[in-house]
Ligand binder design. Structure first.
Ligand code: ATP
Ligand code: MG
Length: 594
């Protein structure tokens, strides 16, 4: 089961997509289309009734007949209107329902994806897919129900009617229809790639905007507004150019199709006039023919516009499918796999890494290369190394955000991949390098790992994380509000809250990724001794600060993803050149500071 470096995809076509998400609505969609067909039939009947009204009523000076036919017309209009309403309502219900389901599916999928796929798809692109692309698809489906039947039906109906009047004049159709088709083909074949490009550009715009908004303070502090604006302008201009190009192409459509249409009318009048002179046709028939011909060709123009919307919808559908069919690299154990019963034996090492290697997607170099270690019962692991040396990568592997490409990681005697993800997530707890909190209360943020955790438990975790003090000072205590990203807390407070969150639910393995970087030395020391009291929790402490890890029972020194040293502080001082360098530079500096 070797995971590949690039995103793996399953098979999912447009037909399958529609079947899956339109399927539940097919009855309503069918009724909508049927209601529309009734309206179209009424539309086709109306001219006949008008004709009767004129022939029988007006020509025969029969007021009663005029009123009768007028009433029929009124009834046709009312009933037609009723059916239109039904169709509109169903079209909205179906397209909105389908859109909501697809959004839900995309959201669920995004939550299943492992970090590798999220890296590759990109946040901004996922946002536009869930919003704008689903929207395009909804528009296409609603239009299909409302107009998909009307125009082809009218085109066909009028064409047949015209042919019935005179088949020889019908030759004009044989010339005009393909000519209009050719114009459309020319325009469409250029527009379709543009639609995809426009949606892709929207991704870039979303990305730049959201980066800009979330980094607004930094950008201002560094005076980078101009360059950010330049970046935005480039994508905005591309977007404008793409949209104008599409606009130009479709603007070309109407004049050219009308030109063809009118040339057709001229041809009919020309040859029709000759035939009328020869007595083969009546004037009325020529006029009727022209009307039908205009109706047909107009309907064809509408059909073509439908095609444009459908193509746009298809381009968006494609982008939706590109997400839905991704097979997450980190696979959960099959549904229903029971949790592993863990033996309580001191001979089983809590954590073992066996020749672990990992590379990020599309990176030629391993971010972690051939790392092995065994952590025995009751031991604490410290990890140190320069920036970019692979420390956070190791943390991600321990919580299975990614799977190693080679080698294995064992927790309490079992490969991480054997655990159902739920069990693994409750056994292993991480405090990520970037402290992140979500909108809610302090309580709701702390209960992430265990929604049932009692207040006592939360306070115990806060105490241990050295966070109880400032939470207690809040007027609302645990019910104190947390704003988006936890921005109403200081960096150090956020870090301590995320540590407390990781402690709730009593993990077996606790991974702290540079989690005390914003704490002062004294608080950091108190935190470390409070964590050390939990004898049954195996901790992995990652830090750039030697004081944070020098008392660990085992220290891993990483250098460019490779193991540069493994041992205790004293051992490493003797054997590991790199560790000695880090120690001498940092310890000296602190002594100077003291
Ligand atoms: N999501 C990612 N996609 C691609 N490459 C990544 C990703 N995350 C990290 N890397 C690369 O992997 C290498 C190791 O990164 P890692 O985050 O593990 O370093 P680190 O030791 O935690 O550094 P720091 O001390 O700065 O946190 C770096 O070269 C980095 O550029
Ligand atoms: Mg890191």
């Amino acid at each position: 089961m070797e995971p590949k470096k690039t995103v793996r995809v399953g098979r999912l076509g447009m037909g399958e997509l529609l079947k899956r998400y339109l399927g539940p609505y097919k009855t309503r969609a069918a009724i909508g289309v049927a209601a529309k067909s009734v309206e179209v039939v009424f539309d086709l009947f109306t001219p006949l009734v008008v004709a009767r009204m004129i022939d029988v009523g007006v020509a025969g000076h029969d007021v009663g007949a005029v009123v009768r036919y007028g009433a029929i017309l009124m009834a046709l209009a009312l009933v037609g209107y009723g059916f239109t309403l039904i169709c509109q309502k169903l079209a909205s219900a179906v397209s909105q329902g389908m859109g909501t389901d697809i959004r839900q599916a995309l959201f669920t999928k995004v939550n299943e994806l492992s970090a590798a796929e999220l890296d590759q798809l990109g946040t901004a692109s996922l946002v536009t897919r869930i919003t704008s692309d689903v929207n395009q698809l909804q528009v296409a489906v609603a239009l299909a129900i409302r107009q998909g039947i009307r125009w082809p039906f009218l085109a066909l109906g009028s064409m047949i009617a015209a042919m019935l009047i005179d088949a020889r004049l019908g030759l004009v159709f044989v010339v005009c229809t393909p000519a209009i088709g050719a114009v459309f083909w020319a325009v469409m074949s250029r527009s379709v790639p543009l639609f995809r490009q426009i949606q892709g550009n929207l991704d870039a715009l979303t990305r730049v905007t959201s980066e800009n908004l979330s980094g607004a303070r930094v950008i201002r502090a560094f005076g980078r507004e101009d360059s950010e604006e330049a970046r935005f302008t480039i994508f905005a201009r591309q977007q404008t150019e793409g949209s104008i190009m599409v606009g130009l192409l479709s603007a070309f459509l109407n004049p050219s199709t009308f030109l063809i249409l009118n040339l057709g009318v001229v041809a009919i009048l020309w040859s029709g006039a000759l035939r009328v002179d020869a007595g083969g046709l009546t004037q009325g028939e020529v006029v009727a023919f022209v009307n039908y011909m205009t109706q047909t060709l107009l309907a064809i123009v509408y059909v073509a516009n439908l095609v444009v919307t459908f193509t746009r919808g298809a381009a968006s559908g494609q982008r939706i499918m590109d997400v839905l069919r991704v097979i997450p690299q980190v696979q959960d154990a099959p549904e229903g796999t029971p949790s592993i019963t863990l033996e309580k034996s001191s001979s089983i090492p809590p954590l073992t890494l066996n020749q672990v290697s990992f590379a990020y997607p599309e990176s030629s170099q391993d971010a972690l290369h051939n790392v092995s270690l065994t952590l025995n019962q009751g031991m604490r692991l410290g990890v140190i190394g320069g920036t970019g040396s692979g420390k956070s990568t190791l943390a991600s592997l321990l919580v299975r955000l990614y799977d190693p490409h080679e080698g294995t990681i064992q927790l309490l005697g079992h490969d991480l991949r054997e655990y159902p993800l739920d069990q693994l997530r409750s056994l292993v707890s991480i405090v990520p390098q970037k402290a992140s909190l979500v909108t809610g209360t302090i309580r709701s943020n702390l209960q992430w790992r265990d929604a049932q955790a009692s207040d006592d438990e939360l306070w115990e975790a806060l105490e241990r994380a050295q966070a109880a003090g400032f939470v207690r000072e809040k007027p609302l205590g645990l019910d104190g509000l947390v704003e988006a990203g936890g921005k109403n807390f200081s960096g150090g407070q956020r870090q301590r809250l995320t540590i407390a969150r990781a402690l709730v639910g009593h993990p077996a393995l606790l991974v702290l990724d540079d989690s005390a970087s914003a704490l002062d030395m004294a608080t950091d020391a108190k935190l470390r001794s409070a964590l050390a009291e939990m004898s049954d929790v195996t901790t992995v402490t990652i830090s750039q600060r030697i004081t944070s890890i020098m008392n660990c029972d085992l220290i891993l020194v990483l250098y460019h993803g490779k193991l540069a040293g493994l041992g205790t502080h004293d051992e490493l001082l003797r054997t590991c050149e790199l560790y000695r360098e880090i120690a001498s530079s940092q310890l000296m500096r602190e002594e100077v500071a003291a």
